[in-house]
Every structure is written in structure tokens, then in C-alpha cells.
Design a binder for this molecule. Structure first.
Ligand SMILES: N[C@@H](CCC(=O)N[C@@H](CS)C(=O)NCC(=O)O)C(=O)O
Length: 88
């Protein structure tokens, strides 16, 4: 299973939704809380290709996007294959 990383802030409802969604599906994830950390937030903007909202979700180092992107990816049947891909 690929490593899942979720960048969050504490007062973010979409972050809570993303974490709950992953937990409900038994997908372990690493949370990186960037609350109040301007440097970490800027690093996240760069790593995500300019996205300024949280959460930002990465699977095996690949940028998936936010919560709605995660749901759309799963609805398209592409989340599980990504998760199950052999780590590089
Ligand atoms: N469609 C996005 C919406 C994300 C979003 O609006 N996140 C809010 C927090 S819940 C945000 O980042 N607001 C700007 C900020 O906190 O700086 C998703 O599903 O992740």
C-alpha cells in the first residue's frame, strides 16, 4: 500500500472529512498539520502545484488534491489502484 499524506489545519472541515473518509476505509495516513506555519504552508503550495487550500492529499508522493478531488478519484475507480500500486 502506498503512503498517504494529508496536509491539514486544525479548523478545516474538509480536512476532517478527508481524514474520516480515509479512516472509514481503513486507509492509514500521515497527517501534517500546517496550522500557523507559513513556511510549511508555502512549501505545500509549491508541492501541490499552486493549491492554497487544505487539505492537500498525496498518495505515494503523487498529488491527488483536496477532499472533493479524493472523492471524485474514488468515484472514478482510480483511488484504490493508486493506493495499491507498488511503491517505487
Ligand atoms: N474543494 C476543496 C475545498 C477546501 C477548502 O475550501 N478548504 C478550506 C478550509 S476547510 C481552506 O483551505 N480555506 C483557506 C484557508 O484555510 O487558508 C476540498 O475539497 O478540499
Amino acid at each position: 500500500m502506498q503512503n498517504v499524506v494529508v496536509y491539514t489545519t486544525t479548523s478545516c472541515s474538509f480536512c476532517r472529512s478527508a481524514k474520516a473518509w480515509l479512516t472509514a476505509r481503513g486507509v492509514p495516513y500521515q497527517e501534517v498539520d500546517v496550522t500557523g506555519d507559513d513556511a510549511a504552508r508555502q512549501g505545500l503550495v509549491e508541492r501541490s502545484g499552486g493549491h492554497r487550500t487544505v487539505p492537500q492529499i498525496f498518495v505515494g508522493g503523487l498529488h491527488v488534491g483536496g477532499y472533493t478531488d479524493l472523492i471524485a478519484l474514488d468515484a472514478a475507480g482510480k483511488f484504490t489502484p493508486l493506493l495499491d500500486a507498488t511503491p517505487a
